[in-house]
Design a protein around this ligand. Structure first.
Ligand SMILES: [Zn+2]
Length: 272
């Protein structure tokens, strides 16, 4: 599933083609994605792209005739192609640009989302985005903020870190890895995390995501290519998926358990 780094890499990949371009047409199939396509979506045709942004795992394409909000869902990806390239199976949506480029959205499982927001509305206030917590790279996301957010929560800290209202972009894999980095057990109650640990957590979250984005950046050439294979980079993981293997720091066997329906991996010696 695409996580924040993959979405950031996708956003960076399509941005140079979109910035300043005029949307000349758009085509989508009849069957809906996670939600129906906005009925008034064609109002964006003729709009010039003014900005391409990412918010959580959503990509926002702003134009002077409104904006598109895209979510890749479970299996979605975007490809940059020429208008001469035929669309293939699972290509559900195509955005044609005056430059002759077409951006196609491919999604086998159809959990993705594409909605239109009119020029008088702020896409960040759209119902999909308005309730989201801060970006991990936002200045607002600091130790004081995180401490307050965790202090009010009784759930295990791992589940709070994955809560979009606390911070966006910390998926299941990252939550396990970040807690290992800072030596906090995923079982610890959120309100038991201390302020200095919150500082370490903020830093570890930023470092881990930055590293992933940097590695993902190396696959941009593949992403832009006609084969459309995004080639999600393999993470350098310390605990996630390493059940039964020795901890890379201390040699203790990595343990796993299920929290909130998701697998958690941790070192019972390094993480308290
Ligand atoms: Zn260990």
């Amino acid at each position: 599933m695409p996580e924040l780094p993959e979405v950031e890499v996708t956003k960076k990949g399509i941005e140079p083609y979109l910035q300043g371009a005029v949307i000349s047409d758009l085509v989508h199939d009849e069957k809906q994605l996670r939600e129906p396509y906005s009925k008034d979506m064609r109002a964006i045709i003729g709009g010039r792209v003014t900005a391409v942004e990412r918010r959580a795992k959503y990509i926002i394409i702003r134009t002077d005739r409104g904006a598109l909000i895209l979510h890749l869902g479970m299996t979605g990806h975007l490809r940059v192609l020429s208008q001469n390239d035929q669309s293939g199976p699972h290509d559900h949506f195509s955005l044609f640009l005056d430059s002759g480029t077409v951006i196609r959205f491919n999604d086998i499982r159809r959990f993705g989302l594409i909605v239109y927001v009119g020029p008088d509305e702020d896409p960040l206030e759209d119902k999909h985005l308005s309730g989201l917590g801060p970006e991990p790279f936002d200045a607002k996301f600091d130790e004081g903020y995180l401490f307050n957010a965790l202090h009010r929560r009784k759930l295990p800290v791992k589940q709070s870190l994955m809560d979009n209202k606390v911070v966006v972009g910390v998926g299941n894999i990252y939550a396990s890895e970040v807690l290992f980095k800072v030596g906090i057990s995923p079982l610890r109650k959120s309100y038991e995390v201390k302020k200095n640990e919150c500082r370490a957590l903020c830093q570890a979250i930023r470092e881990t995501l930055t590293e992933s984005i940097a590695k993902g950046g190396t696959t941009i050439r593949d992403f832009s290519g006609a084969d459309g294979k995004m080639g999600y980079f393999v993470q350098d993981l310390f605990v996630y998926g390493h059940k039964g293997q020795p901890c890379r720091k201390c040699g203790t066997t990595i343990t796993s358990l299920v929290q909130g329906g998701r697998s958690t991996f941790y070192c019972p010696h390094c993480q308290k």
